[in-house]
Design a protein around this ligand. Structure first.
Ligand SMILES: Nc1ncnc2c1ncn2[C@@H]1O[C@H](COP(=O)(O)OP(=O)(O)O)[C@@H](O)[C@H]1O
Ligand SMILES: [Mg+2]
Length: 393
């Protein structure tokens, strides 16, 4: 029997549209001899829809019309099987629309990629492709990610964090906190956004004020680090898990501005962004000396495993051209287009990459099942609520 894979995409995120593109690219690339695919579109209100229509990118020009011809569903776990149930349920007959064996999230951005969707799916006891809840959450918080990598001795830029209340309480103290640790120019970014949203470089205190106020309109917590003015960016994906992981080819994204913008990533490179990361402007393979390429690929694997990632993640590096020092900038637990093009460059077809990701999800499921998740206790036999306070000794 074929494995039934539910591909989840969209969701309540600023990167909703890009996720629809990445999700449908993946949906169209699975090996149909091995897999039965169920497309599951998550609206910006986090409603789930399935059906033929949600698998066709052309239908996303008019979302109300798309939803009208699709089936709204919810998930239910019934005797160990995850089912998609039509909502509202039918008065007569079965409301089961589909069953899935593996959940395959292809979502980008806060509220979905950061462990939210993974946690929701985990509740249904289903194998999930990609990072688990903790790895997704840790990698998507730029500060927490740095803290973990520092602990592993992996180079990251030092930073200062700041929340909006702290800033509003005493702006002067906030500037001192930054200036006491980092010299201008600095860069300010929300800790948990992507696609260059909310990011600005500041060359002096006035610039810092502007950059902080700008970043705080996108999120309540930001980080400030040294801005590398003579910068080269290199990305490398990793596939695997804690036991075994391999690095992809390296790419160099090309920016038209100081900061690689949302437009650089999704719009300027191709046909109005309709092909997501596939057509973003890049040099692939990046022109790197063989030792530098190896240094980056090894650091990518080390980073992936330090953060306990699984499936495919893309690690983005910065090289300070003045010193040739390489820093890990960020990790994308679910990269745009699943970074398939970085594997194609090493002769791994997209279908094989997806196959590997499903195998890794099933492997993790087997490993988790072999762990003890409950133990017999007679605690409820003699329980009475008046003594509840004394139960947890
Ligand atoms: N410390 C830095 N110095 C110089 N440029 C930076 C620095 N950090 C980020 N950038 C620029 O900003 C872009 C977006 O920052 P990044 O941390 O990757 O956030 P996002 O999650 O939005 O992609 C990077 O691709 C790079 O061009
Ligand atoms: Mg980035």
């Amino acid at each position: 029997m074929k494995i039934r894979v539910g591909v989840f995409f969209g969701g309540k995120s600023v990167e909703h549209e890009v996720s629809v593109i990445s999700g449908l690219q993946a949906y169209n690339s699975f090996d149909r001899d091995k897999y039965d695919l169920v497309p599951i579109y998550i609206t910006k209100d986090n409603e789930l829809y399935t059906g033929e229509a949600v698998s066709d990118i052309a239908n996303y020009k008019n979302i109300p019309a798309l939803l009208h011809k699709s089936t709204r569903v919810f998930l239910m776990c019934e005797q160990g099987q995850v089912q998609l149930i039509q909502y509202p349920v039918k008065k007569i007959g079965s409301s089961v629309v589909a069953q899935i064996d593996v959940a395959f999230p292809v979502v980008h951005g806060a509220n979905v990629e950061d462990g939210s969707l993974q946690g929701f799916l985990r509740h249904y006891n289903i194998p999930i492709a990609g990072c688990d809840v903790a790895a997704s959450a840790v990698t998507m918080d730029k500060y927490v990610m740095k803290a973990v990598l520092k602990d592993y001795g992996i180079p990251v830029l030092d930073c200062v964090t700041m929340d909006v209340k702290e800033y509003e309480r005493d702006e002067e103290a906030a500037y001192h906190k930054v200036e006491g640790k980092i010299a201008y120019p600095v860069i300010v970014k929300p800790v948990n956004l992507g696609s260059s949203v909310g990011i600005k470089v500041a060359k002096d205190r006035e610039g810092l004020r502007e950059a902080l106020e700008y970043a705080f309109t996108f999120g309540p917590r930001v980080l400030i680090e040294r801005a590398i003015m003579n910068l080269r960016e290199i990305n490398c994906a990793v596939l695997g898990d804690y036991e075994e992981a391999q690095a992809s080819e390296c790419e160099e994204p090309i920016s038209s501005d100081e900061i690689l913008s949302y437009e650089d990533k999704y719009v300027a490179g191709g046909k109005g962004g309709s092909e997501g990361m596939r057509t973003a402007r890049r040099e692939l393979p990046a022109s790197l000396a063989p030792e530098k390429r190896e240094e980056i690929r090894q650091m990518a694997v080390k980073t992936f495993q330090a953060l306990n990632c699984s499936g495919v993640s893309r690690i983005d590096f910065m090289i300070d051209k003045d010193t040739d020092q390489v820093y890990v900038n960020e990790i994308n637990p679910i990269p745009g287009s699943l970074a398939f093009y970085l594997w194609e460059a090493l002769d791994k077809p997209y279908a094989t990459l997806l196959d590997d990701m499903v195998s890794l999800a099933l492997k993790r499921e087997r490993e988790e099942k072999s762990m003890m998740t409950s133990f017999d206790s007679n605690i409820l036999q003699n329980a009475n609520l008046s003594g509840a306070k004394g139960v947890k000794k």
